[in-house]
Design a binder for this molecule. Structure first.
Ligand code: HPA
Length: 267
């Protein structure tokens, strides 16, 4: 199985359409995919796309137009914690690059460390800490593996997202996202430790995809939907059910920001 085989299956369905931006949607963030005018392909029909999945994700690739822009929306991701493979999203991202995608837009649910970014709000990721210590590029034999991650979260895209949020009056503070392996949530002691290291939020995804995205030459940006205060910092009982139930509040704001961001893309 290679990216080329999967690419051919997609090309047979979408012709020569050229999505510019690929979105990966996190838990409970799938609504926007339903509003795309285009072609939906089940991951099950795409060799190398994640099959098992996590509840709260919708395992479909949707390619079409959103606010007049050709996009590809990946309705779910494979997480490191499902298989122990940090490169689980490599083939789907290689396929995106081969389709002509230039920008990777990642979304996720996270636990916040900051009282000024409470549940229901969004955080624009400006950098990350790889607390898992894993890289999706381990085993990559070429010198391309030495990926530069300075400005991995593209400053121009961040500025555009901030401007879109400001125009809508939606708070969008920037912060550092720490990748924790999962699938268990963190202990309060781990959260205190990660906070001291300089993170503002924690989650179980996104970082390996940004590393792969930069490896493939894609510009990256990422927005977290805060579903809870991280362990030990809030009163809610942290659970996957809580994540799924809470995500739509922030997701609705994120969807509005994404629409304005897309409309202004060529400005
Ligand atoms: N920790 C890790 N991942 C998460 C959290 C959290 O508190 N909330 C949503 N995803």
């Amino acid at each position: 199985m290679s990216a080329q085989d999967t690419l051919k299956i997609i090309r047979d369905r979408i012709g020569d359409a050229k999505p510019r931006i690929a979105f990966i949607l996190g838990s409970g963030l799938g609504h926007i995919a339903e509003t795309v005018d285009g072609t939906a392909i089940d991951y099950a029909d795409l060799p190398g796309f994640p099959h098992a999945g996590v509840s709260g994700h919708n395992p479909k690739l949707v390619i079409g137009k959103l606010e007049g822009v050709e996009v590809a929306i990946l309705g779910g991701r494979a997480h490191y914690y499902e298989s122990g493979q940090a490169d689980a999203m490599r083939l789907p991202l290689e396929v995106m690059a081969a389709l002509g995608v230039e920008t990777l837009f990642l979304t996720n649910a996270c636990g916040s460390f900051r009282a000024d970014i409470p549940p229901g709000e969004l955080m624009l990721i400006n950098d990350h800490i790889n607390f898992s210590g894993r890289s999706p590029l381990i085993g990559e034999p070429t010198d391309r593996r030495f990926v530069n991650l300075t400005d991995a979260y593209d400053p121009d895209l961040r500025a555009r997202l901030s401007a879109a949020a400001e125009g809508l009056g939606i708070p969008l503070k920037e912060g550092v996202y720490a990748w924790y392996s999962g699938p268990n949530f963190e202990t309060p002691a781990e959260i205190r430790a990660i906070k001291i290291l300089g993170a503002d939020a924690v989650g179980m995804s996104t970082v390996p995809e940004v590393i792969l995205g930069r490896f493939l030459g894609l510009k990256c940006c990422a927005v977290s939907v805060v579903t809870n205060m991280a362990a030990g910092l809030g009163n809610e009982h942290i659970s996957h059910e809580h994540t799924k139930a809470s995500a739509p509040v922030g997701a609705a704001k994120l969807e509005r920001i994404i629409r304005v961001f897309l409309r202004g893309l060529d400005a």
